[in-house]
Write a protein of this length. Structure first.
Length: 404
């Protein structure tokens, strides 16, 4: 049940229309404001609204400035943009709001209809609007907890399947770190990676993930599963002393051919040691290890890095994949990235595939590998193997039925 709704709209007719429609759909108290400044004043006097409907182009304080300010207040309100400005502006405003830490923002096209508002309220009620923890209230681990986690091997590797687009068969996995925290359960990197970096333990964690991943992949090969394994590293790892030698030692120790290892290198960092990075990357390639440019299009000098470095694979960031069906710019970015990769003879991976519609669109554009929740989340090794065997068997059985 909703208790408070705030409408920020300078057009008196639109303001009254939206208020009247809402009053027929909910018993929530409805507050109106003609611009951002008035809305801020009223927010100081009313209980926090569960829903804020906000126009953008308003006199005085416009909707963009209003959103930036309320994002700083860490409200848990659902924000819906109700503006007739062009879609590319709406999209950019959403990105700004998300970058400011606003947890949930969407949009409705004008003229606003009863059906649109009815669906919006229904979705809010279905979610029961449980408040989500935001980054500002993120639990801060003690340094001793992190160090104990390393000592007691609480940091473990999970595996998210890679699906060959052409065959729908599992071709490998990406190794993703998780923390089996003794009191908080299984934690994703969001909750600990920045702190590990501050403690200067990032490279140690990379080496642990590499060893666990190579060992696991070797076990899969012994079971007749010739999967590839992808491991994330940073440019900083590349220039660490003896990094290349350590990787080769691990491959030899676990008797895994180098061609089955792909190192995913993030492009989100500026490269002050580019010469050293390129030296190590070239030597890795000479030994048969594959290199992937991760999160392509989201960091510094993407095109320059792609051309100057000896990559074998391009990985499209999930932020583009998950918006490609609703945002023409994101679709264009995915299409152009895949075409560029083909021209450069690079393998392509799309991460963050969550719906069948996304998978169909990406397949039509010629991507090689899927990765995402549509298929499976990151899984512990035993669960990963069970899932892969079930998925591959199901795929083979379905194909046999088609031809029988």
């Amino acid at each position: 049940m909703l208790n408070n709704i705030l409408i920020v709209e300078d057009d008196f007719f639109q303001q009254k229309l939206i208020s009247k429609i809402l009053s027929t759909l909910t018993s929530a108290k409805i507050t109106t404001a003609a611009n951002g400044q008035e809305a801020l004043s009223k927010l100081d006097k009313i209980a926090e609204p569960e829903l804020i409907l906000c126009d953008l182009n308003m006199p005085g304080m416009d909707g963009v400035e209003f959103l930036r300010i309320i994002a700083q207040r860490n409200l848990d309100s659902k924000v819906v943009l109700t503006s007739s400005v062009s879609k590319d502006v709406i999209s950019s405003v959403k990105e700004m709001a998300l970058a400011c830490g606003m947890p949930d923002i969407s949009s409705l096209n004008k003229p606003i209809s009863k059906k649109q508002l009815e669906q919006l309220l229904s979705e809010l009620i279905e979610k029961k609007w449980v408040k989500k923890p935001s980054e500002h209230c993120q639990y801060q681990h003690l340094d001793d907890e992190i160090i104990t986690g390393f000592d007691q091997e609480q940091f473990v590797v999970f595996f998210q399947p890679h699906i060959d687009v052409a065959t729908d068969i599992v071709s490998g996995a990406e190794a993703l770190i998780r923390w089996h925290h003794p009191t908080r359960g299984v934690l994703t990197p969001y909750f600990f990676l920045a702190q590990i970096d501050k403690l200067g333990l990032s490279h140690l964690l990379t080496l642990q993930v590499l060893e666990s991943s190579i060992a696991a992949c070797s076990r899969w090969h012994q079971q007749g599963l010739n999967f590839n394994i992808s491991v994330n590293i940073s440019p900083v790892d590349l220039v660490e002393s003896n990094f290349l030698e350590r990787v080769l030692e691990l491959l030899q120790q676990h008797q895994l051919p180098a061609k089955f290892l792909t190192l995913e290198i993030t492009e989100s960092d500026i490269r002050p040691n580019m010469a050293k990075e390129l030296e190590v990357m070239c030597r890795l390639r000479l030994h048969g290890i594959k290199l992937s440019i991760d999160d392509f299009g989201t960091g510094y000098s993407s095109l320059s890095q792609l051309i100057s470095s000896p990559f074998t694979e391009l990985k499209i960031d999930q932020s583009f994949v998950q918006k490609m069906l609703t945002d023409s710019k994101s679709y264009a970015a995915v299409k152009a990235s895949l075409q560029l990769a083909r021209d450069l003879k690079l393998k392509t991976v799309a991460e963050g595939v969550e719906t069948q519609a996304e998978a169909n669109a990406i397949k039509a554009l010629g991507c090689d590998v899927f990765q995402g929740w549509l298929y499976a989340p990151a899984l512990a090794e035993n669960e990963f193997l069970t899932w892969c065997q079930h998925h591959n068997k199901k795929t083979v059985d379905e194909k046999e039925q088609q031809f029988s």
